[in-house]
Design a protein around this ligand. Structure first.
Ligand code: DQQ
Length: 464
């Protein structure tokens, strides 16, 4: 394991990541006895994907995190001997119960397992009857992709989706029912996608009610290697999901989101923020993978999915800068930093392009530009490195973001080392990664200051 350099300016300081090593999907998130417990895919051997365990961190306030020892590890000669893959957690009448996928050495066999936690969720006992679900339904015509159980309680028992695909058709969320979490009966697919549109395989499907609708969130794998997160809003009838609208949840590096309901009844969404540098660079850094700041989910009056960072992280705001319409004469802002929370509102019609540049080097060659073109409704994140490095991804990211009549563009931007989370009007999201070459690449510049209606920038406290 490569030790993490303390002065690594590319390492986030207010997002959660473990002290070292690899982390990917959030798993089993639960608020238990008041405390938020985050489990996550974790490799204790280094900053690369292998040998998955469930790492564990706890928070009292959703802003500060304490990393705890690994919660669940593979057991030799058992159904999870080569990895504890993703899953969720439920409170089964007072027993914290993790439902996860166990894998064998070449991942060709993926089965669903249970583990029971003690009262502070640090010691876990595996169910003696594991696996509780082993076989892919015959009509899927495939044997391999069968993972990421997502469980919820309904009036008439427990329900679970398991993600996978139907060979030759597309990704599928398979629906099961149980009285006791131990014996599962297959019902039918909850939803089957179209391969070209929704991906050939589903991972980490979440399914839940929100407002007057039901939402399905899918981490989709596409032929050719791409992967993205889709959010479908629709109806749940006869135990099947009928989408009425669909959007890309994150046109960037957010993947494998997990949702749960906290004690305040809020539906929170968590996500893994992938790296965009080479495996060697990740190993060299000694860390890989970051958790997104958790967000609150809701639907707006048009049933569009809205997500906002939890208000709890505002407690991390330190010094700030505030400007209103007409205040900005200079494009360069009098504040610098690589750990910032930004809220800005533009009258997008007042300029051809508006937006903000972050992580600017003093000569302006290195930067991230977040721009919006009202004419084409294009929200774009462009990454510029001063020196070309083929190991760093630098293509532009973006999506169409339509404003309602008379609506201003509202951007919320969380910059943290190499992480850039962008949320436009709550309903369009792009997560980007840029690895500033030096801690001096920390300048801020507004594009079309005349279009600014309000701007706030706060420096953020370090949580570690
Ligand atoms: N990551 C896990 C799987 C899941 C994938 C393995 C999604 O359970 O399908 O680390 O990133």
């Amino acid at each position: 394991m490569t030790p993490v350099t303390p002065q690594d300016h590319q390492r986030p300081t207010y997002h959660f990541l473990p002290a070292a090593n690899w982390m990917n999907d959030p798993n089993g998130v639960i608020q238990w006895r008041g405390r938020y417990h985050l489990f996550f895919q974790y490799n204790p051997d280094g900053a690369y994907h292998a040998n998955m365990h469930w790492g564990h961190a706890v928070s009292d306030d959703l802003a500060h995190w304490e990393e705890l020892p690994v919660a669940i590890a593979p057991t030799p000669n058992s159904p999870d001997q080569a990895g504890i893959w993703s899953g969720c957690m439920v409170d089964d009448g007072g027993t914290p119960t993790a439902i996860y996928t166990g894998v064998n050495d070449d991942y060709s066999r993926q089965v669903q397992c249970l583990a029971f936690g003690d009262e502070d969720l640090t010691r876990w006992t595996k169910h003696s009857g594991n696996p509780v679900l082993a076989d892919v339904p015959a009509h899927c015509f495939q044997a391999r992709d069968f993972r990421d159980p997502f469980v919820w309680r309904a009036d008439d028992g427990w329900y679970m989706t398991v993600s996978g695909h139907i060979d030759g058709v597309g990704g599928a969320a398979l629906l099961y029912r149980s009285e006791d979490l131990r014996e599962w009966r297959y019902l039918h697919p909850l939803f089957v996608g179209e391969g070209a549109r929704h991906g050939y395989n589903f991972e980490c499907v979440n399914f839940f009610p929100l407002g007057e609708k039901w939402v399905t969130i899918i981490s989709s794998m596409y032929a050719g290697g791409g992967a993205t997160v889709l959010a479908l809003v629709g109806r749940y009838e006869n135990q099947r999901f009928f989408p009425e609208s669909e959007t890309v949840y994150d046109a960037g590096y957010g993947y494998a989101p997990l949702t749960h309901v906290d004690d305040q009844g809020r539906r929170l969404i968590w996500a893994w923020l992938r790296e965009s540098r080479s495996v060697d660079q990740q190993k060299q850094a000694g860390w890989s993978g970051v958790q997104a700041i958790p967000r609150l989910l809701s639907l707006d009056s048009k049933h569009r999915l809205v997500s906002q960072p939890v208000p709890e992280i505002e407690a991390l705001r330190r010094d700030g800068f505030h400007a209103e319409a007409g205040d900005l004469i200079d494009e360069d802002l009098p504040l610098r930093g690589l750990a910032l929370d930004i809220e800005t509102e533009f009258d997008a019609a007042a300029a051809e392009t508006c937006g903000i540049e972050l992580a600017r080097s003093p000569d302006g060659r290195e930067k991230v530009a977040i721009t919006y073109d009202a004419g084409s409704a294009a929200l774009r994140v462009s990454r510029h490195y001063a020196v070309e490095d083929s190991a760093l991804e630098s293509e532009a990211q973006g999506l169409a973001h339509r404003l309602d009549p008379g609506e201003n563009l509202r951007l919320r931007i969380l910059l943290d080392g190499s992480v850039i989370e962008v949320i436009a009007n709550g309903r369009s999201r792009v997560t980007s990664r840029l690895y500033p070459s030096s801690s001096d690449s920390n300048g801020l510049r507004v594009i079309s200051p005349e279009a600014v209606r309000a701007l706030d920038v706060w420096e953020m406290r370090t949580i570690g």
